[in-house]
Design a protein around this ligand. Structure first.
Ligand SMILES: Nc1ncnc2c1ncn2[C@@H]1O[C@H](COP(=O)(O)OP(=O)(O)OP(=O)(O)O)[C@@H](O)[C@H]1O
Ligand SMILES: [Mg+2]
Ligand SMILES: [Zn+2]
Length: 331
């Protein structure tokens, strides 16, 4: 997976700080223990001396086996004394070691596997998190929650065409979205939120984003114009890889708002299908919001796209009155 240089740098800086912090804290513990138990400092000095003595022995050459064995025994005895001293004074035996958050790589971000150096899972996770933060920077995430979504301003009069009562219907949609967010896993189904302007699609999808992020998953929320402009710019510039597309594929939940309002080119139309298809093939969910009807989606993005959506996404039809107007009248 490719990420932009700035994402790599931010992730690496964060990991470095985390590693530094663990080391600083270990140093602070060491100083405190030295002042309580001066013998600990002596033992550490003797252990260090054993080490340099061993190096000298090896460098001298000749048959150093007997000498080395003696040094090893001395070293082990000192280590044992140090451990006992610490434990008998109520410390963990590894209290002097830095406590790294990732035990696999000691917060370096890299591990050895089959003779090769590979990126540790902790750094991979961090890269996705940083990429999500970068893309979400402009989203009004905090304002839209389930608590601030109320259904009282949707009418109770049945819709003349469908006979459905908007308020009842929107209560069901709210419940569905709450349960989706609370039970979210990276294998959840996708959702297509459809309906006229101002019915609460953006509000509810951000409420889902908030809850899913709170539960520790990575979420990217962006509008279609924003996403496809970025992708097109990257694709046609000579700079590095298509990093936006990679982050969009990588995150646990992708929310594309306002599909249909992007500037249409052959490139964007193809990318809409690509993106949806690639995520669905990986079993990863996305939420798409649009003012377009199914027939319009088919016309704009092909019937291949619509049949993919039909197969993978729960459709939610938002009903009622424009909440931008209705809520003004209520308040
Ligand atoms: N049920 C609701 N309770 C409280 N506020 C709401 C509700 N529905 C919508 N709003 C608010 O009304 C405004 C419009 O809603 P929103 O942006 O979610 O509509 P939309 O369906 O995404 O519209 P568009 O199709 O134009 O993007 C927002 O400020 C939103 O927070
Ligand atoms: Mg919207
Ligand atoms: Zn790690």
């Amino acid at each position: 997976m490719g990420y932009s240089k700035s994402v790599y740098k931010k992730a690496a800086d964060r990991l470095f700080e985390q590693r530094q912090l663990a080391q600083k804290q270990a140093e602070a513990r060491r100083e405190e223990i030295y002042s309580r138990l001066p013998r600990v400092r002596e033992l550490e000095q003797q252990i260090a001396l054993c080490g340099s003595e061993a190096v000298r022995t090896v460098l001298r050459g000749g048959d150093a086996a007997a000498e080395m064995a003696k040094l090893r025994d001395k070293n082990l005895a000192l280590q044992a004394e140090l451990r006992e001293l610490l434990v008998s004074n109520g410390y963990d035996q590894d209290v002097l070691e830095p406590r790294y958050l990732c035990k696999k790589c000691d917060d370096t971000g890299y591990v050895e596997a089959h003779g090769r150096t590979v990126v540790c899972t902790c750094l991979k996770r961090l890269l996705t998190t940083v990429a999500c933060e970068e893309l979400n920077r402009t989203a009004p995430l905090k304002l839209c929650t389930f608590e601030s979504f109320d259904t009282d301003s949707y009418s109770q009069t049945p819709d003349p065409d469908t006979g459905m009562v908007p308020r009842r219907h929107m209560e069901k949609i709210l419940k569905y979205c709450q349960s989706y967010a609370q039970n979210f896993t990276p294998q959840s189904n996708s959702i297509l939120m459809k309906g006229a302007t101002g019915l609460g699609k953006t509000h509810l999808s951000l409420a889902i984003a908030n809850e899913v992020i709170r539960r520790g998953y990575s979420v990217i929320y962006a509008s279609a114009p924003e996403i496809f402009m970025k992708m097109e710019k990257e694709h046609f510039s000579r700079e590095a890889a298509d990093t936006t597309f990679d982050s969009l594929l990588d995150c646990d939940l992708l929310i594309i708002d306002d599909l249909g309002t992007e500037f249409k080119t052959a490139f964007t139309t193809a990318q809409v299908y690509n993106l949806f298809n690639s995520r669905v093939l990986q079993g990863k969910p996305l939420i798409i919001n649009t003012n377009l009807t199914m027939a319009q989606l088919e016309r704009e993005y092909s019937n291949r796209f619509v049949s993919r959506v039909n197969g993978a996404a729960q459709k939610l039809d938002f009903l009622g009155e424009d909440q931008r107007i209705a809520r003004k009248q209520v308040n």
